[in-house]
Design a protein around this ligand. Structure first.
Ligand SMILES: NC(=O)c1ccc[n+]([C@@H]2O[C@H](COP(=O)([O-])OP(=O)(O)OC[C@H]3O[C@@H](n4cnc5c(N)ncnc54)[C@H](O)[C@@H]3O)[C@@H](O)[C@H]2O)c1
Length: 438
């Protein structure tokens, strides 16, 4: 366990942000950082850039910005490295994604064009709806991991970065259950040599990062580091890891609304969520196996927030449906509809309708930034293994084995901020507040 007020190594020098997948989310994140650096944009949605933290009693008036309270890398210190199975540079990919407007992209075009993705590690059995040819080739999966390690080392050398973090922004891989090859680091490394089919490309990137002592965050719902082999490697290499699946859009709304229903003990008969989405992510999720991975990630949040076992009259047997429809005209501008059948006093039924016209990558980009900066902070503070305090950012938070995840956004935020207070040796905030009335 980390002691309160631990010594945190300063964030000197450049920080490399390694991004497998140079699609809509990655390019929106990179373009955003470059624009903010030039004062051409505001990093809305980023806790590390805009969030504050209350310290001590409410009467003390101490509420610094988080970025002034803990030593984070600044946006000027970031440099980027990516992999993709399509060879377009970050400018071309951002133009294709159509999220950030062309006139804004034009202002950071040179920097974006300089980001050329390395060829990706790809296996069509894990992503069936893509066919990019910008791929690595190797006799075994171990060899592919060695190629990713070589890419990272050469990026770090050429860009002069002293530290890096990796955030998976690649497509969602097809659902697969943990296999014997995932159960220990030994088994995993043997499986790498034997080209075991249960090792997915995302695991190969994560393995490469962890071997180099680089923290890893998983923005998609893939298993990736959520297996014993990877938690063992993270512990051995003293590296922080976290995942899975950026919490944006409909699930974000669910984890905002459901805690409110639960707080007021309003019952739930059903929650029907559907949405239309037309970006490449939507195309990948059109494959039922990739959608199954996403569906598992989306479905679990209500169960843990509502705790039907403790409140059977309110939440036993509620119906929860989630569907995603690939609808190209909408591009990245997803539209989500939620119908929530709730019940109140004496069981009287009511309905809530939510129609969220969101922008998927606009919601996800600040999460990539925060995760990169906070994982780097965690490493400099000596934190290793699963970082549950970063569950604020995920639909399906990774936790210690046997521990249920906290999905309630407000509990997650409190956990995150208390972790920062703990790191700086400040009192944790319990909201008891009796002392104001003594
Ligand atoms: N945008 C959101 O709100 C959101 C929320 C939660 C999760 N996610 C997840 O984030 C990921 C990225 O989303 P996106 O909208 O940028 O998707 P995208 O399709 O625009 O980009 C993903 C990129 O990954 C590339 N890719 C796929 N497999 C690869 C591999 N093995 N190696 C290297 N590159 C690979 C694809 O070619 C593509 O360019 C997806 O998995 C998505 O499900 C996004």
């Amino acid at each position: 366990m980390i002691e309160p007020g631990v010594n945190i190594t300063p964030a000197n020098g450049k920080l490399g942000v390694l991004l497998p997948g140079l699609g809509a989310v990655s390019t929106t994140f990179i373009a955003g950082v470059l624009l903010v650096r030039k004062n051409l944009g505001v990093p809305i949605g980023s806790l590390t850039q805009m969030g504050t933290i209350r310290l001590g009693k409410r009467t003390e008036g101490r509420t610094p910005f988080i970025r002034d309270f803990v030593p984070l890398a600044t946006l000027d210190q970031l440099s980027f490295c990516a992999w993709d199975i399509y060879s377009e540079n970050a400018y071309e990919s951002a133009m294709k994604a159509g999220v950030v407007a062309p006139d804004l992209l034009a202002q950071v075009r040179t920097e974006l064009e300089a980001i050329q993705p390395n060829p990706g590690v790809f296996d069509p059995t894990f992503i069936r709806n893509l066919d990019g040819e910008h791929r690595k080739h190797g006799a075994t999966k171990r060899e592919l991991a060695a190629q990713v390690i070589a890419d990272i080392e050469s990026f770090q050398e050429s860009s002069g970065t002293s530290r890096s973090v990796m955030v998976w922004c690649g497509s969602t891989e097809a659902f697969h259950a943990p296999s014997p090859a995932h159960q220990s680091l030994d088994a995993f490394e043997t499986a790498l040599d034997q080209d075991d089919p249960s090792i997915s490309p995302s695991m190969i990137y994560a393995y490469a990062a962890l071997k180099l002592g680089i923290p890893f965050a998983n923005g998609a719902p893939n298993l990736t580091v959520d297996i014993p082999a990877m938690t063992e490697l993270a512990a051995a290499r003293q590296v922080p890891i976290c995942g899975k699946d950026f919490k944006t859009g409909q699930t974000l709304m669910k984890t905002i609304i459901a805690p409110g229903l639960k707080a007021r003990l309003l019952g739930l008969d059903g929650w029907f969520s559907t949405n239309i989405l037309g970006n490449r992510d939507g195309e990948v999720l059109d494959d039922p196996d990739s959608f199954k991975t996403k569906e598992e990630s989306k479905l679990s949040v209500l169960d843990t927030i509502l705790q039907a076992d403790l409140h059977p009259e309110l939440y036993k047997d509620f119906v929860h449906k989630v569907s995603i429809h690939y609808y190209p005209p909408r591009g990245d501008n997803k539209e989500g509809w939620d119908n929530i059948d709730v019940k109140g006093w004496l069981g009287y039924p009511m309905q809530i309708k939510v129609n969220f016209l969101c922008r998927d990558s606009i919601l996800a980009a600040p999460l990539v930034l925060d995760l990169a900066l906070l994982l780097d902070l965690a490493q400099r503070a000596g934190m290793k293994g699963i970082q549950e305090w970063l569950s604020f950012y995920f639909k399906s938070p990774q936790t210690a084995p046997g521990l249920y995840p906290e999905h309630d956004l407000f509990i997650q935020l409190m956990k995150l901020k208390n972790t920062l207070r703990h790191l700086r040796g400040e009192d944790l905030i319990t909201h008891l507040g009796l002392e104001y009335y003594d």
